[in-house]
Write a protein of this length. Structure first.
Length: 367
């Protein structure tokens, strides 16, 4: 027991060391990516009447324990699953996938009921039997398809197809006057339960179509189907065409409203941006105005400086009173050439020049 444990630990260490993209590992909860290879089949599953069975070997059923342990490759566990498979969907595919994976070595046989049986016991189908056969044939989990499968499984049918187990969901399936058509299969220990896929079934899909009938009729009329093909009366056809035109007009109006809303929203955004920019510019302008023309603005200082300079220029500074005064010597009087007389003067200047005249005469006398 010790070597497998150590090998598991070593493998975990290796997986942890070998980190994937973005540092992700298998232990981080991210599923590992599979290598690119083709896992699907290239051909559809064959029908049962096209498969050769070696009846020389006796038919011996395997037990559930033997099937779980694994059977030889030449002796797979033959599992049978049947149904209507109308409007083949993912719920059908998941049920067949579970049946295929019940045991390590499984050969899955799928029976599809005919239209006659289905219409008698269950009701009308959307797809005919050939379409339903073809849909099941192309499911990747199916190995063989039985056409015109029986509604109730008989021992003869089980022996003919060498069936080991029957796979179906565990909910009792009441039909054909029986509370559970798989009751005898369960009592024989041949029943292998599967799980239903919630949220999807053929009845659910049909309910959706019936609920939205008008929508699908109008869609098919647009695609070129005639009213006769859709089993629609002349009046209903005109009504659907009128509804289609009204819906187109509504859609156009809605588109115009959405575009107008987008336009108004863009205008509002731009107006808000413009208002914000205007407020910023106005604040800046007011601030600059106050700096220039406010009570303590630059203009007031400029005027004060200019006024001081003008006053200084208009009224220069007086000389100091303590400065010494210089006596001016009388300027010598002008003398006419070749004459001892002074030039004639005006009466106003005569009194001023008396002393000068006296001075001049005395000088002449001395000469």
């Amino acid at each position: 027991m010790e070597p497998p444990t150590s090998s598991r630990l070593n493998s975990r260490k290796r997986r942890k060391d070998e980190s994937g993209p973005n540092g992700a590992t298998d232990l981080d909860g991210i599923p590992p990516k599979m290598s690119r290879r083709s896992l699907g089949l290239k051909e559809p599953a064959p029908f049962s009447d096209e498969v050769e069975i070696d009846y020389s070997k006796p038919y011996i059923r395997v037990t559930y324990e033997e099937a779980m342990r694994g059977t030889p490759l030449d002796r797979p566990v033959r599992v049978y699953a049947d149904g209507i498979f109308d409007l083949f969907h993912s719920g059908h595919a998941r049920a067949l996938m579970q049946a295929k994976n019940l045991f390590p070595n499984t050969y899955l046989i799928v029976g599809v009921c005919s239209d006659e049986l289905t219409h008698n016991f269950k009701g009308f189908t959307v797809m005919n039997e050939n379409e339903r056969y073809d849909a099941v044939q192309h499911c990747r989990y199916v190995d063989e398809v039985v056409r015109n499968a029986p509604w109730t499984l008989t021992p003869e049918f089980l022996a003919e197809h060498r069936i080991d187990f029957v796979a179906h969901d565990d909910i009792p399936y009441s039909s054909a006057g029986s509370d559970d058509v798989y009751k005898h299969i369960k009592e024989a220990g041949m029943f292998a339960p599967t799980q239903r896929t919630e949220g999807i079934s053929t009845s659910d899909i049909i309910t959706r179509i019936v609920r939205d009938y008008d929508v699908y009729v109008r869609r098919n009329l647009q695609r070129g189907y005639t009213a006769k093909e859709l089993n629609v009366s002349f009046i209903n056809e005109k009504k659907y065409h009128l509804q289609e035109r009204v819906d187109k007009v509504k859609k156009r109006v809605k588109d115009v409203e959405e575009k107008s809303k987008e336009f108004v929203q863009k205008v509002e955004e731009k107006s808000i941006d413009l208002i914000q920019k205007w407020e910023e510019k106005s604040r800046e302008f007011i601030g600059n105005f106050l700096e220039m023309f406010g009570p303590e603005g630059a203009l007031k200082h400029m005027l004060k400086e200019g006024k001081g300079r003008m006053l200084q220029a208009i009224s220069p500074k007086q000389s100091p009173s303590s400065s010494p005064t210089h006596d001016r010597s009388p300027s010598p009087s002008f003398r006419w050439p070749f004459s001892t007389k002074t030039p004639p003067s005006s009466p106003a200047n005569r009194s001023r020049n008396k002393s000068a005249v006296t001075y001049d005469i005395s000088e002449d006398e001395e000469d």
